[in-house]
Ligand binder design. Sequence first.
Ligand code: NAD
Length: 437
Amino acid sequence: MRIAMIGTGYVGLVSGACFSEFGVHVTCVDKDAGKIERLHKGEIPIYEPGLDKLVEQNVKAGRLTFTTDLKAAVAEADCVFIAVGTPSRRGDGHADLSYVYAAAKEIAESLTGYTVVVTKSTVPVGTGRAVEKIIRETRPDAEFDVVSNPEFLREGSAINDFMRPDRVVIGARTDAAKEVMKQLYRPLYLIETPIVFTTVETSELIKYAANTFLAAKITFINEIADLCEKLGTDVHDVAKGIGLDGRIGKKFLHAGPGYGGSCFPKDTLALVRTAQEAGAPLRIIETVVDINDKRKRAMADKIIAACGGSVQGKTIAILGLTFKPNTDDMRDSPSLDIVPALIDAGATVKAYDPEGAHEAQKLLSGITYGNSTYEVMEGADALVLITEWNEFRALDFNKVKSLLKSPILVDLRNVYEPETMAKAGIHYTGVGRPSIA
Ligand code: NAD
């Protein structure tokens, strides 16, 4: 079995490396020549724990290669995955499918023999059909099937998520295509991974329904957190108290600054648009999108309030810029709303992120980037924790106090306990937790 993976980003590179670990020959293709050049040199263009070793091992074993030559990779493949980006289209929030369609056309021109073309990118219902049409029109003689196989991995734990998924979803029209997909995912049968076979369209919708449900769950607990702040109750205990109910579940009940990242913001918007056009608007998700947008900006007001109502002329030290720990991905990170709002309010911002600074520098200007956790605190008027990287979870508060001008901590991830902070002499503001003087 030979695979061509079109798009060597967070999903393509991880999926390609994992399939090669399963023993399949994988060629990862990208049109970004710089990315492929780095991979040839043994460098990993993204930060994802464990990926460097997995790639190195499989390159050495001769099962994983990288190229910009899509034609050659597709010509020899039994199965071609489309794992290119599907960002929000400017203006209307629809998924921008131009990369998917361009890849489909290029793939069509290069097909030889029966090939299964799989959309792994997150794509709206009907995209599989459109890909099929593009290929048929470009190459009426081609023998192929189009399959939908959405990806559920999370950045930061992507390898484990791919190797031990809760389920695999496959939308296929023919037995031949199903057979190829079964063969590919055979190693997961050993760990009894449920495989959901369905139609291409249903599979496409499953991915959006999953992501929008999770976004709604996060938004629910964020609103409960706001209510807790008014009532003097503790969202942490509320989340525990409801999460232990098996019907609700513990995960995605952490109150915070609002969801971000490369998937939830764009996927919620895209499903809202699909639903409106289908005449079955998802009002709950429309509201989730609106609440989350406003929430990110409201976090800057929370910081300003913790600083006594103004940050004019003050220096704010920030820990963590990425949308979550263990990734360098900055796409739609809450920090992209919070930091500019603080600067607009007159603050000077010094920030440190263990892996995200390189990406952050492209998106956030006018701030100073520090090289370590404590360096950014020196002389700052307040400390703000935006992303809960492990190295921020056990700060030495004597040192923190000695470095800050005033002992103010705004903890947007509820890493610390209000009681412990009060004892340590820190003026602590969490999310949905009572302040203890
Ligand atoms: P990404 O931007 O990291 O990578 C996409 C890559 O595709 C880029 O390197 C780009 O150069 C390349 N590319 C674009 N057009 C190409 C072409 N015609 N030929 C070759 N290469 C091409 O994107 P990503 O985060 O990996 O996401 C890919 C898809 O997977 C999206 O639809 C996303 O919604 C979905 N997804 C992402 C995640 C995640 O955590 N990032 C999780 C699940 C699903």
